[in-house]
Structures are given as structure tokens and as C-alpha cells.
Design a binder for this molecule. Sequence first.
Ligand SMILES: Nc1ncnc2c1ncn2[C@@H]1O[C@H](COP(=O)(O)OP(=O)(O)OP(=O)(O)O)[C@@H](O)[C@H]1O
Length: 351
Amino acid sequence: MITLTGLQKVYQGESGIVTALDNVSLAIEQGEIFGIIGKSGAGKSTLIRCINLLERPTAGRVIVDGQDMTALSERELREARKSMGMIFQHFNLLSSRTVLENVSFPLEIAGVSRNEREKKVIPLLELVGLADKRDVYPAQLSGGQKQRVGIARALASQPKVLLCDEATSALDPQTTESILALLKDINKKLRLTIILITHEMHVIKAICDRVAVIEGGHLVETGKVFDVFTNPQSLTAQDFIKTVVNNKVPEALSAVLSKTPTAGGNLVVRLSFFGEATNEPVIAGLIRKFAIDVNIISGNIDHLQDIPYGTLLMELSGNEKDTEAALHYLQDLDLRTEVIGYVARHAHAAS
Ligand SMILES: Nc1ncnc2c1ncn2[C@@H]1O[C@H](COP(=O)(O)OP(=O)(O)OP(=O)(O)O)[C@@H](O)[C@H]1O
């Protein structure tokens, strides 16, 4: 649906040249929700604005639905942009126009008659849950309602792609959730391809199918959200994931942790398990089969794209032979087992 090849964007900044994007290549499928995450200054806005050529790339190609956007004239580009709606962090609504007039605006510019405009816009207001606000002005709306107007306006020209530029960053957590649910609903109902940029991992976790991680203008990792969450390769992805998945070793424990076995010490392991494995009675099996004690330090089970995913940090206590055997038993199961270290018995207050 969208292919970016060797995208580069160089700005002439005040204190010299800034390479905002460097050799970015990416393929986004029709109908998917694709997230691009990065820290401030990573190049997210530049990247999303290069997709609809609001920014012209310095080098590389942007192919949307088979059409090379970088090869179009300004007039052709205006036409091509109709197939790409965009929503913004600060909504960008016209304050002197009502909700209905804001949503109608792109159609008005395209020369659609008032009657036809209303026919198209009323169902969109229903879709975003604002049918009763049609004659209200933006100043009388909440942030979430303003973003709903933004979404309806972006959908007015029946785009194939919706570009979301930090669309929930100005909203509180509950409103963010409702806007993300709306985007997911629209994605399903209209088979709309959605590309969103964000600096918040929970946004990616909530609705994206795939994610690309960008840092310093480079894509450092791309993959299915489930894969990136459960097995992040880049340090940047690992940092982002820490913000939403709590599988950290508590400070009190890491302070007394040794990387090498200590005589008579306990073994600390972290289990990560997905899908079917979350239903397995792993702990019961351990205790039944081996003469060891199991002390659970922390644990959680969450859902990623409807697949259960969990982590468990625990301490195994027993003689060396039994503990080793228990570790091998865990390593043979269909889950990921990481040895975190060894700790002298009663060296911390985890239990
Ligand atoms: N018009 C411009 N002129 C010069 N430099 C620019 C311009 N726009 C962006 N940059 C620079 O390009 C880099 C990437 O900026 P960009 O806005 O794409 O990052 P971002 O990831 O969206 O950041 P944020 O989350 O803070 O908005 C930054 O170093 C920025 O200062």
C-alpha cells in the first residue's frame, strides 16, 4: 500500500545541516495499523509528513497505492493527497466554523454542493459519535470531541490512508483510550490503513499491528507489535517497552545479586510466556517435581493483540542439584527462561 525507499530528509538548520531522516525504507500493508515510535527529535513528524509530501524528501521514493508521490506535480499532488487524511496533536480546527462546517471543509474546497456535503458529513458525525454536536463551535468541545471532529474531517474525502501525527498526545489517558478505540473501529469498518506516530508505547500496544522504532533519523527496528514487545532487539525498543511492561528486577534485589553462583545461594529466574503457555501450571509442576521452594518476586499477565503474555520473576531455593534440575525443567518448557543471577539466602526483603 505504502512503500518508502531510501528516504532521506536534510534540513538547513540555523547551526548547520540536520539529517532528520537517513535511508528509511518501509512497507506498510493495506488495512493495517502501523505505528512509528521515537523519542523527541527522532524524525517522526518529518517521516509522516514525507508520506503525504507535506515535506519533500531530499532523496528516496514514496509510493502510495502504486503512485510515486515524489514524481507528481503540485496539482497532481493536491489530487493524490485526497486519498490521505491527516489528524494532528492540536486538532487544527477552524474556530469560526461549526462542527458540521469543519468536517465539510475539505468537500467545500473540492467544490461539492452544500446538499451533497451534508449527505456525506452527517454519517461521519454519527460514526465519530458527534451527531448531536453538529452546530456547536470548537470552543464548546472537549479535547476528545475536537479530535473526533478532526477524524471526521480527515475521513470526509474518503481517504484510503489516515495519517495520525501524535493524535492523542494532548489528551488525558481515558480520552486517549476512547480515541484509540475509535481509530481501531474505523480501521475495521472502513478497511482504512492507519499510520500513527507517537512517543508513547501504550498507544502502540493498544491498537497497532506492526511498529517501527526510529532513532536519530534511522529505523532501528521494525516488526509485529507482539514480537517487538516480547523480544525487542534494539536498546531504544527495550527502553520504550520498559515503560509499559513491568518485568524489572527490584532495586533491593539487584543490589545483592551476583552473576555467578554463590554457595548455598538462591537462583533468580525470569520466565516470559505467551499464548497457550500462560495456561500451564508451571509453578505447581516445579514444586511437585523438585525438592525446592519457589518465592515469587513479581509477576503479571497482560494481553497483546489478544494474545496472553506474562512475566514472572522468582527465586528458587534448594540444594544445588535440585535447583539445577528445576532450571533445566523450565528451560525445556515452551517459554523463555532467563537466569537473572544468584542471591544469598535472606539477603534481601523480597519475601
Ligand atoms: N524545518 C526544519 N528545519 C530545520 N530542522 C528541522 C526542521 N524540522 C525538523 N527539524 C529537525 O529534524 C529533526 C527531526 O525532527 P522531527 O520534528 O521530525 O522529530 P520528532 O521525532 O517528530 O520530534 P518531536 O516528537 O519532538 O516532535 C530534529 O533534529 C529537528 O530539530
